[in-house]
Design a protein around this ligand. Structure first.
Ligand code: NAD
Length: 259
């Protein structure tokens, strides 16, 4: 909880005056989401766990474009640390309006070889991480009677994927979490939705061989991988007032892969 960015320009845009917390925003989809929400006028809290430098680069990009942001370190799988993060942010900004649970990891392995550690760590970050932030922030969303929760799931959580029993379970779990939270909070002005990206060009998918990428493209009607910005566009829509009557939904952004 440091690295305050203190350029206080007031940007215009549909999210002006809003504060957005994006987890795992130092790179990939999270980075694109942070930049996009900032472009729409939100003050963006760029959460990171591993690389503080990468998160600071994102904050710098936001600042250079005239926006406001801050890098905040926190391992989302740590319940107490998430509580401290939320308390700190509320103490300083008074409110958080948009929560994007984007932080995620893979530890792929076939079920016969998957270790307990591989299973547990993926569930802890991808699923419990979202529970942790929602659990701590929902109190404030309820007080302000507004809030947008956007959980980054995956088509793997809908379709399953060989070698990803842990990951697919975490992403399917996120869908159940999203729908339950949506039902609990719908009457209080709070929306909770999930986005389910297909295969997106990021460091997470960079490790795939060309052969695997070609095989994947065969499964995508649009015949190409997506870009982080495609996911960010959908998240920005769900974060804005255009989605005020949408809750409990899972929206795929996958070139038609999962239809
Ligand atoms: P990425 O690996 O580039 O980014 C993930 C980010 O999460 C990193 O910045 C990482 O540091 C952060 N992170 C990891 N563990 C963390 C923790 N404990 N606390 C806080 N931050 C943590 O991956 P990406 O492709 O940008 O993926 C972003 C999200 O989108 C993930 O939830 C991923 O499962 C999901 N997703 C990605 C794809 C894809 O094809 N890339 C497809 C479907 C879903």
């Amino acid at each position: 909880m440091e690295d305050r960015c203190n350029e206080q320009i007031s940007p215009a845009g549909p999210l002006a005056g809003k504060v957005a917390l994006v987890t795992g925003a130092g790179r990939g989809i999270g980075r694109a989401v942070a930049r996009r929400l900032s472009g729409d006028g939100a003050l963006v809290l760029v959460n990171y766990n591993g690389s503080r430098e990468r998160a600071l680069e994102v904050v710098e990009e936001i600042r250079s474009a005239g926006g406001q942001g801050e890098a905040l370190g926190c391992d989302v799988s740590d319940y107490e640390a998430c509580g401290r993060l939320v308390e700190d942010v509320i103490a300083r900004y008074g409110h958080v309006d948009i929560l994007v649970n984007n932080a995620g990891i893979t530890r792929d392995n076939l079920i016969l070889r998957m270790s307990e550690e591989e299973y547990d760590r993926v569930l802890d970050v991808n699923l419990k991480g979202a529970f942790n932030t929602i659990r701590h922030l929902s109190r404030f969303f309820l007080k302000q009677r507004s809030g947008k929760i956007i959980n980054v799931s995956s088509v793997s959580g809908i379709m399953g994927n060989p070698g990803q029993a842990n990951y697919a379970a975490s992403k399917a779990g996120l869908i159940g979490l999203t729908k339950s939270v949506a039902r609990e909070l719908a009457g209080k002005g709070i929306c909770a939705n999930a986005v389910a990206p297909g295969y997106v060009e990021t460091e997470m998918t960079q490790a795939l061989t060309d052969k695997a990428k070609d095989a994947l493209k065969q499964m995508i009607p649009m015949n190409r991988m997506g870009k982080a910005e495609n996911v960010a566009d959908l998240v920005a829509f769900l974060a804005g007032s255009g989605s005020d009557y949408i809750t409990g939904q899972v929206i795929c952004v996958d070139g038609g892969m999962c239809m």
